[in-house]
Design a binder for this molecule. Structure first.
Ligand code: UD1
Ligand code: CA
Length: 480
């Protein structure tokens, strides 16, 4: 039996945003405003959440992704009308209903909990959240009687000069006694403009001799309603500061929170260090002791413990432990980098798995490739994966040595321990341990031992530089 529910009002257009996107879908720290509210209500223990949609309803409903049920308000006749529509989806067993506007996304879960606790405890018919703000313009003002009790909420546009000076404002968040709300919502009269104000319920309760309780928000800045993009940017700044502080308190070093952007859902391990001008977006996860930045941008990516990512871009990529990425690496969707790899200057990896200990130091492209362990990818190596119509795979075995400026025309397989000379254009598979050179590449010399690694270059990581003496393939050499 559900005893507690919430209604989120999100049917309005948000005209002052001057946007084609509904206001509640404007992102804040990487996720829609509305998502922040629904997540906070969830954290507050409110399991039944109803979202009232109207303007651009399809888009708003799609963004819910199971975080709440929706109901449409059409036409949008004001906040009281929206709550009436929302109540249609609130089970009869519910005793307390939280109502909150869809454009106050910073409200913390604890505040919803305090509101519910206050309402559950006293004899009041509703509890409203109030805040004292430096600039109350635009908000409904809380009007109190001589005894301090709440008498009414007066909307900004209907307030007289004295009321305008009141700095105690209605945040737009309430907890109602469900039965009283159902019985009294129909008593709200239309405004001159034909709107039904939820805030009129306060005056109705007071004049009927019922008590209206108030919870005063300890941090008024977190109650801010967002009506335009200037307020959106201010909220973003505040939320980012909150997120950075949460990570720092949990043991993450953030060298310069001012220039570091961390989305709400990002996870960061203990003793990780986030250097300046770093942007961590989406569902990014950073392991313990990793160092990210300066100048790194990661979206929906994972970085393992102790790895470093310097001045690089990662998108839907994963990097295992003890790697060095950057500067100027670009790991694109599906890049999976194994442990102890080094990916360096102007190296791009897409939809490829790279085995442990492999090195790709210099400008190079690996796409749709399966690369083994301890492979050296020489400077300028390119997997030519696209034939104009289809993408093809490149497979490179463990311990292979790909010389500088090698073209790998996919589909192609380079066997374990095989070796390509500088400038090789590889158009056919290379067996394990073989060396190929030239264009198109042909096999030379005796096979290297793929299992013992004999014949491998003494020092992994050194590419065959142009100009370094290489045996020249003879005409008629077999392709093996
Ligand atoms: C409202 C309050 C005001 C409070 C302020 C806090 C009323 C009458 N006024 O004013 O006292 O200080 O919020 O931010 O409630 N909505 C619907 N259906 C409608 C109308 C609005 O779902 O028919 C939704 C909007 O999408 C929005 C929320 O209700 O998320 C508030 O509407 P808005 O027009 O922004 O109200 P304010 O003028 O800010
Ligand atoms: Ca508003």
């Amino acid at each position: 039996m559900v005893a507690l529910a919430a209604i989120v009002l999100a049917a309005g257009q948000g005209t002052r945003m001057r946007s084609r996107l509904p206001k509640v879908l404007h992102p804040l720290a990487g996720q829609p405003m509305l998502t922040h509210i629904l997540d906070a209500l969830h954290r507050a223990g409110i399991e039944h959440r109803v979202v009232v949609t109207g303007h651009a309803a399809e888009g708003v409903e799609a963004a819910l992704a199971g975080r709440g049920v929706s109901v449409r308000q059409d036409p949008q006749l004001g906040t009281a009308d929206a709550v009436r529509v929302g109540l249609g989806r609130v089970p009869g067993s519910v005793r307390h209903v939280v109502v909150t506007v869809g454009d106050a996304p910073l409200l913390p879960a604890e505040l919803f909990q305090r509101l519910v606790a206050e309402q559950a405890e006293g004899d009041s018919v509703m509890t409203l959240l109030s805040a004292r703000v430096p600039d109350p313009a635009g908000y409904g003002r809380i009007v109190r009687g001589a005894d301090g009790s709440v008498r009414a909420i007066v909307e900004d546009r209907h307030a007289d000069a004295d009321q305008r000076r009141l700095d105690e404002v209605n945040v737009g968040t309430y907890c109602f006694d469900a039965a009283w709300l159902r019985a009294n919502l129909g008593m709200v009269a239309a405004s001159p403009a034909g709107e039904y104000y939820l805030t009129d319920l306060v005056g109705l309760a007071a004049s009927g001799g019922r008590r209206v309780a108030v919870v005063d928000a300890p941090r008024p800045e977190l109650t801010a309603g967002i009506n335009d993009r200037v307020q959106l940017a201010a909220a973003e700044r505040l939320l980012r500061a909150e997120i950075a502080e949460r990570h720092m308190r949990a043991g993450v070093t953030i060298v310069d929170p001012e220039t570091t952007h961390i989305d709400a859902a990002v996870e960061i391990g203990q003793d990780a260090r986030i250097e300046p001008w770093t942007v961590l977006r989406g569902a990014t996860v950073i392991g313990q002791d990793a160092v990210i930045g300066p100048h790194a941008e990661l979206r929906d990516s994972r970085v393992g413990p102790r790895s470093t990512v310097w001045a690089s871009i990662l998108e839907e990529a994963s990097v295992a432990e003890d790697c060095e990425i950057g500067p100027y690496s670009h790991l694109r969707p599906g890049a999976e980098i194994g442990a102890r790899c080094r990916i360096g200057n102007f190296a791009e990896v897409k939809q490829s798995r790279i085995g442990a200990g492999t090195q790709q130091h210099h400008f190079s492209y690996l796409g749709d490739a399966e690369v083994g362990e301890e492979v050296n990818i020489g400077a300028g190596t390119v997997t030519a994966n696209f034939d104009g119509t289809d993408k093809h795979r490149t497979i490179i075995g463990d311990g292979a040595f790909i010389g500088s400026d090698t073209m790998l025309r996919a589909p192609v397989t380079i066997g374990p321990g095989a070796r390509t000379g500088a400038g090789a254009v590889v158009t056919r598979d290379v067996p394990a341990g073989k060396t190929v050179v030239g264009m198109p590449a042909r096999a030379i010399g005796a096979p290297r031992d793929a299992t013992t690694g004999a014949g491998r270059p003494a020092k992994a990581g050194k590419s065959l530089a142009a100009g370094e003496p290489l045996p020249v393939a003879e005409r008629g050499d077999s392709d093996a």
